[in-house]
Design a protein around this ligand. Structure first.
Ligand code: HBI
Ligand code: FE
Length: 312
C-alpha cells in the first residue's frame, strides 16, 4: 500500500514520513526538534582540540598524492588545519560564500528522511562530538572529525556540492519505493568510498577513505581490491560491508560525470525493476564492468580485519 504524500518540490518543509515506509528506529533526544539539530555546537576543550590536531597531522602524512585535488584544495580553502575542532559558524560562512552549503550540528546518526532533507537544503549534518583516545583509530558513529575533515572539504567543489544536494533530493523517492538500501549503496560507493581518475592516476575523494590512515593507502595502491569505473545502475545493485576495508572501489571520471549519471537516471524506472535485496556481492566483477584493476582479494581471503592480514 502506498500513501499519497509528496514533499513540496522545493523541500522547504521537512517531508512527512508515510507510515508504510520502514526506517531504523532512532530515539530522538528530548531537547531536539523534528529537524534533529542541536541548538548550538558543543564546546571543545584543549584535550579535544589536541585529538583533532593529531588526527589532522596523521592524515596529512598519507593524503598528498593520494587524495583528490578537489579535497586538498578544499582543506586549504577552509583552513581546517589551523588548530582544534573547527567552529561551525566560521566554517559555514566560508563554505556558504563558496558553494552555499552550511555545516550544522547533530547529536548522532539521524533518521534517513531528516538527513536527506538537510542535504536537499545544502546543510551538512555533522557530529557534535569528537572521538576519545580510546577510540582514536576506530569509531562506529561518525564524529566531528570524520564529518568535517572527511566530508566538508569536498563541498567546496561546485559540482560535487550540487551532486550532494541531488542525492538528498533523490532520497524521498527511494523511501517511497522502499529502496533505501539501493540509494544507500550509491552514497557508500561515492560519497564515502569513491575514487576518481586524475590524468592516469587514481585518487580518493570519499570521506570514509580520507578520514582514516589505513584505507587511503589501500584504496589507491593495494593489489587486493577491484577498481571499477562507476555505473550508477550497477552500484545500486551492489552489497556493501561497513566494518572492513572495501573489496571493491568504484572510480569516476569526474564530478561532472557523477552528477550527470545521477540526475539523468530515471529512478522511478530503476526502483520498479530493482529487486528488494542486492544482486551483486561486494567483491564481484561482472560482464558489464569497465575494470581498471581486478583485485587479488588477498587481504580479505586472509581474514580481513582482526586476522592480522596486511592491507596489501
Ligand atoms: N546521520 N548524522 C548522520 N550522518 C550520516 O552520514 C547519515 C545519517 N543518517 C542517515 C544516513 N547517513 C544515510 O541515510 C545515508 O548514509 C544514506
Ligand atoms: Fe560519512
Amino acid at each position: 500500500m502506498t500513501t499519497n504524500i509528496e514533499p513540496s518540490r522545493d523541500f522547504i518543509k521537512l517531508p512527512e514520513m508515510p507510515a508504510d515506509v520502514f526506517t531504523a528506529p532512532l530515539k530522538k533526544p528530548a531537547h531536539l526538534g523534528d529537524d534533529w539539530l542541536e541548538p548550538e555546537q558543543a564546546r571543545y576543550d584543549a584535550q579535544d582540540d589536541l585529538i583533532w590536531n593529531e588526527l589532522f597531522d596523521r592524515q596529512m602524512k598519507v593524503l598528498p598524492g593520494r587524495a583528490a585535488t578537489a579535497f586538498m584544495n578544499g582543506l586549504e580553502k577552509l583552513d581546517l588545519g589551523k588548530g582544534g575542532v573547527p567552529e561551525f559558524g566560521r566554517l559555514s560562512e566560508e563554505l556558504g560564500a563558496l558553494t552555499g552549503w552550511s555545516v550544522v550540528p547533530v547529536p548522532m546518526l539521524i533518521p534517513d528522511h531528516v538527513f536527506f532533507w538537510h542535504l536537499a537544503n545544502r546543510r551538512f549534518p555533522a557530529g557534535n562530538f569528537i572521538r576519545t583516545r580510546e577510540t582514536f583509530d576506530y569509531i562506529q558513529e561518525p564524529d566531528v572529525f570524520h564529518d568535517v575533515f572527511g566530508h566538508v572539504p569536498m563541498l567546496t567543489d561546485p559540482v560535487y556540492a550540487d551532486y550532494m544536494q541531488e542525492y538528498g533530493r533523490a532520497g524521498w523517492k527511494a523511501m517511497r519505493y522502499n529502496r533505501l538500501k539501493a540509494l544507500g549503496a550509491l552514497y557508500w560507493y561515492t560519497v564515502e568510498f569513491g575514487l576518481m581518475m586524475e590524468g592516469a592516476d587514481v585518487r580518493a575523494y570519499g570521506a570514509g577513505i580520507l578520514s582514516g590512515p589505513t584505507e587511503v593507502v589501500y584504496a589507491v595502491e593495494a593489489q587486493s581490491p577491484n577498481r571499477i569505473m562507476l555505473n550508477v545502475d550497477r552500484v545500486m545493485r551492489t552489497d556493501y560491508v561497513i566494518s572492513d576495508l572495501q573489496p571493491t572501489y568504484f572510480v569516476i571520471e569526474s564530478f561532472e560525470d557523477l552528477y550527470r549519471q545521477t540526475v539523468e537516471r530515471d529512478f522511478d524506472r530503476l526502483y520498479k525493476s530493482l529487486p528488494p535485496g542486492f544482486t551483486y556481492a561486494n567483491s564481484a566483477v561482472i560482464d558489464v564492468d569497465n575494470v581498471i584493476n581486478r583485485g587479488t582479494q588477498e587481504y580479505l581471503l586472509r581474514g580481513g580485519r582482526g586476522s592480522g592480514a596486511a592491507p596489501v
